[in-house]
Structures are given as structure tokens and as C-alpha cells.
Design a protein around this ligand. Structure first.
Ligand code: GLN
Length: 280
């Protein structure tokens, strides 16, 4: 079978299994198998494929058919201007989280030398993107998952940032090192009993530990606010990703810890997504 026939057949199969981006996904997975980009696939559609490639491809299509996210199958995801390594131990970077990046870059110019802490760093995509854009910043990322820290370290190497970033496997409750100008966090904020209502791809494949915010969805965010209040410098900024409908309760918690609310930003779906606050 040639490239064109292989993709058409796979796309039909995915489509039958309710995968919305069936054709694109087939192209991306075949690119991954052939270790070529999508242009190559499109320009060489008559090239015949060996059994070895077809077998590997069929295996990936079979996994995609059942709902496994494309990013876990290709082991990468684009975020901001970089491509990050991802696997099932980390949440897949979301376009909505780029709002945090946009906001931080608009607040801080290139010349400042600032220290950043990322709580619950996962793949490291938030922290590493900031460091990539701001050459004078240095950062620490922590995560309770050792496997996530391994992914973050790998991404730091990929992005050539190992000299300005350190990652630690630690629970936020047990972390006491340093004082920071900026603290950012995209903590798990979904209510435990709502996890099952997430999209099939998310619910079945993404790590629960990165999503589960306890019974009220706020248990991890509360820990982050309490510890950030101790680890942040005076006038330092806390930049938090939040879930839908959590805004009022989180604002209250921030004010209790002496944070001034600068701004609440909506995501592409018009939900409150990010709170910027300053420690007074
Ligand atoms: N934005 C994620 C989702 O709803 C949740 C991320 C999180 O809990 N921090 O898919």
C-alpha cells in the first residue's frame, strides 16, 4: 500500500470510531512512524510502505481509535513556540494555558533578572516557555510526581535550558527553598466527582493526579496559595490557572493571604482561567 491509500484507510477507520480529526490524525501518526514531517507525506503520497512501517502505523491507529490522545502517541505537543515531549505521566499542554504565558510576558520586560517557581510543573512547559522568552530569568519547578519530573528534566535538555532551571520531586507542603519574584501554577482543579464527565480522551488517559482537585476542586489550589504566600517576595506576583466557577472563592483565599488581585483573564471559551495577584 502507498502513503495515500494507507492514510485514507486509517482515516475511515478513525472516522467510524467518532474521532473528529480522523484525516489529520492519520497523517500525524504516519509522519511519526516514517520520522518525516507532514509535507513529506503530502508530497510523496505514491510512495509504497514496507510491512514494518504498516505494522507500526496500524498499532498507533488502533490506539487512537480507542481514544488515546494524539500527543501521547506522537510523544510531543506544541506549546507557544516550542515542541515539548509528553507522555502519559504529564498533562498535555493546553492552548488555554498560553494565556498565562502571554500575561507574564506582557508584565515583565527582557532586562529584569527574576526568579520563578512553578508549582506542579508537569511537563515543565509553562516554566520552560517563560525561561525561553526571558533570557535573564531562572527557575525552579516542583512536582509531586517523580515521573513528571523526569519528563520536565528531559524537556529542559531539549530546550537547552538546564543551566537556568532545576526540577525537584516534592510535595508543595514539604518545599521550603528560596524566595521568588514570580510563582506560577496550573494545579489540579477538577472536582473529584466531575472527573468522569471530562472528555473521553482526557478522562481515560491523562493523569488523574494532575486533574483531581479533591471534593471541592480547590484543595490543591488552596495549598498553592498558602505556600506561595510564604515563598513569594514582597511585591512578587502569583499567576494561577483556575477552573470555571472557582473565581470568587479563590479571590477570597488570595485576599486572606494578603494578595492584591490585579487581573482575572478569560480563556478562549470565555471562562475565567487565570488570576494575577501581587503579594502586599
Ligand atoms: N484544563 C484541564 C482540563 O479541563 C484541567 C487542568 C487542571 O486541572 N489543571 O482539561
Amino acid at each position: 500500500m502507498n502513503i495515500h491509500q494507507t492514510i485514507t484507510k486509517a482515516a475511515k477507520l478513525l472516522d467510524k470510531n467518532n474521532i473528529k480529526t480522523a484525516h489529520l490524525d492519520s497523517e500525524l501518526l504516519l509522519s511519526k512512524v516514517l520520522k518525516k514531517d507532514r509535507e513529506y507525506i503530502l508530497l510523496n503520497s505514491r510512495e509504497n510502505l514496507s510491512k514494518k512501517y504498516l505494522f507500526h502505523f496500524a498499532n498507533l491507529i488502533n490506539r487512537r481509535k480507542k481514544g488515546e490522545p494524539i500527543a501521547y502517541l506522537t510523544n510531543n505537543k506544541e506549546f507557544w513556540k516550542q515542541t515539548y515531549f509528553v507522555n502519559k505521566n504529564v498533562l498535555i499542554p493546553r492552548p488555554d494555558s498560553e494565556i498565562l504565558i502571554e500575561e507574564i510576558l506582557s508584565i515583565y520586560g527582557k532586562e529584569k533578572r527574576l526568579k520563578v517557581l512553578d508549582i506542579g510543573t508537569g511537563s515543565g512547559c509553562l516554566l520552560l516557555t517563560i525561561l525561553k522568552e526571558r533570557k535573564n530569568f531562572s527557575g525552579i519547578g516542583i512536582d509531586v510526581s517523580k515521573k513528571a519530573i523526569n519528563v520536565a528534566c528531559f524537556n529542559a535538555k531539549l530546550q537547552h535550558l538546564n543551566n537556568r532551571v532545576k526540577f525537584f520531586n516534592s510535595d508543595i507542603d514539604k518545599f521550603f527553598i528560596g524566595k521568588y519574584d514570580i510563582i506560577l501554577s496550573n494545579p489540579p482543579y477538577i472536582k473529584k466527582f466531575d472527573l468522569k464527565y471530562l472528555d473521553r480522551d482526557i478522562a481515560a488517559y491523562e493523569p488523574k493526579i494532575a486533574l483531581d482537585g479533591g471534593l471541592d476542586g480547590l484543595s490543591e489550589t488552596t495549598k498553592v496559595i498558602n505556600k506561595a504566600s510564604y515563598l513569594i517576595k514582597k511585591n512578587g506576583k502569583l499567576i494561577l490557572e483556575i477552573g470555571c466557577y472557582q473565581r470568587n472563592e479563590i479571590v477570597k483565599k488570595l485576599k486572606n493571604k494578603n494578595f492584591y488581585i490585579n487581573k482575572i483573564i478569560k480563556d478562549y471559551g470565555k471562562n475565567d482561567r487565570c488570576i494575577i495577584s501581587t503579594k502586599l
